[in-house]
Design a protein around this ligand. Sequence first.
Ligand SMILES: O=C(O)CCC(=O)C(=O)O
Ligand SMILES: [Fe+2]
Length: 264
Amino acid sequence: MSLRVTPLTGSIGAAVDGVQLDDQLGESVLTELREAFKAHCVLVFRGQFLKPAEQVQFGRLWGEPEVTAMLTPMEGHPELIQLTNVKKSTTATEAWHFDGPFNKVPPKISILSAITIPAGGDTMWSNQYLAYERLSPGLRKTLDTLNVRFRGRRLGRMFNVAEEEWPTAVHPMVRTHPETGRKALFVGHRDNVCIDGWTQEESEALMSFVYEQSGTPDNVYRHMWQEGDVVMWDNRCTMHYAIHDYGDQERVLNRITLHGEVPA
Ligand SMILES: O=C(O)CCC(=O)C(=O)O
Ligand SMILES: [Fe+2]
């Protein structure tokens, strides 16, 4: 079996062929996957059709599973959550976001397995290393000194959680990836963020600028799902955006999320 890793854009994402994720993966394959993941931040595996237990087994190769605050685990598979069609008017994921930045310890990796896919419903990922590196040295130096207060407001509204219970955490706006040593821009939607010690108005002026830099087309991979696809992403150096252009059509993906580290 030979593994092939093919970049999908000039900035983020790679397709991996020549591997079945439900096989027993040897150490050399795992080493190649780890290197590819560090280099490309998002890995795409087509035609996998993983059963829930196989997805959990694959996930455990990368870390300890956890379930994001406010989400409900899948029956019989407490490590998984099932994403189903949420109304466009209430969905929190149709915006660029990191998962769980409002937690003290945001997750490090998520892995989606496509079960039922409509026409549409693509997901996009942005490269937050490049989002940072493309800024001027002067602005980078300023951002390096800032902290952001993240709040789970959008997700809280989506799940009708009372405002007092929206989780909140403060993290550096520029975080260093513990494995690659590269700096990544750690930002969020205006509803969820405020630069620590700044007014909301002051914060929005700068934050909306850097947030918008992240998701420009030259910094993005857009995945057009097929059933059986598995996509994994590094939540420490990418944001993602779930496009809701499929109305009431059915859309089902199973997700496993892995425990991360305190951003530093
Ligand atoms: O529905 C999707 O494509 C992704 C949703 C999302 O934001 C997530 O799973 O974290
Ligand atoms: Fe997400």
